[in-house]
Design a protein around this ligand. Sequence first.
Ligand SMILES: C[S@@+](CC[C@H](N)C(=O)[O-])C[C@H]1O[C@@H](n2cnc3c(N)ncnc32)[C@H](O)[C@@H]1O
Length: 299
Amino acid sequence: MPGVMAVARESLRVAIKAATERLTAAGVPSPQVDAEELAAWSLGIQRTRLGLHPLVESEWVDDYRQLVGRREQRVPLQHIFGAVRIGRATVQVGPGVFIPRPETELLVAWALTAIRDVPSPVVVDLCTGTGSIALAIAADRPDARVIAVERAPGALAWARRNLELHLESGGSAVELRGGDLTDPRLLFDLDGIVDLVTANPPYVPAGTPVEPEVADYDPPEAVFAGSDGLAVIRPLISVAAAMLKPGGSLVIEHDDTHGDSVPALLRARRVLADVVDHRDLADRPRFVTARRVSLIEPT
Ligand SMILES: C[S@@+](CC[C@H](N)C(=O)[O-])C[C@H]1O[C@@H](n2cnc3c(N)ncnc32)[C@H](O)[C@@H]1O
């Protein structure tokens, strides 16, 4: 028909199959999921709705192939998307900051339950990175006073931006403190007044082989923590115990090789009780929780 241009269309299923083959050859650990995630993101739909789009424009397929090319180079999906959802919060991610992981959702869920009955709780998120845990808690509990702590200047810049975006979108203010959590000047004003301390610190033993996405995109200081992986967790436990009020809760994510050692470090502290280790969805030891007790005997 004169004046009408036919738009070339191709099968989405075929495009995703070709992408999966490329990602498989590149050694991507979950090639089909990633190929589908990239397609869904590029189409602006949920992955579960891909079946509703059997045909796509050839021009779209060209763009999709370029996206797949980035993943083929082992650029993390989260860097391609530029953002990660955690709980009710969305945080921006990119070079210079640790990418929040899905398993940390479990820590967030436990943390929110721990403060469920505490009105206007005071929460400190140590090693905040993008600010992900702090913002997931603030998004769920706008009545909370949330303080996020981070040492690395690169990560601090991302956290600052995410906290500002949260505020601009109508969320509650989250306080950001830049510095080393072991610096006695950083958190002294919070001694004994905190209801919940959360932390997903660096915990991988130095020298552990990691995937290219981690080696090339997560800052080493966000991943590795000394030869046994406990170099940050050890002092962190003391700092957290000092800040917690009696009855307050502590939750720390740890390496799957630390299912005994980190709970043992907590049990060694007389001010901490109810130490429980929790497993992730793959049934690996993943985070530990405890409660602060008072050492003053009731008279
Ligand atoms: C594994 S990343 C976790 C980031 C974030 N909590 C998350 O789950 O996405 C650990 C973070 O702790 C920070 N960090 C490491 N040692 C620290 C210290 N001594 N004091 C404060 N932050 C520290 C790193 O810079 C990094 O951003």
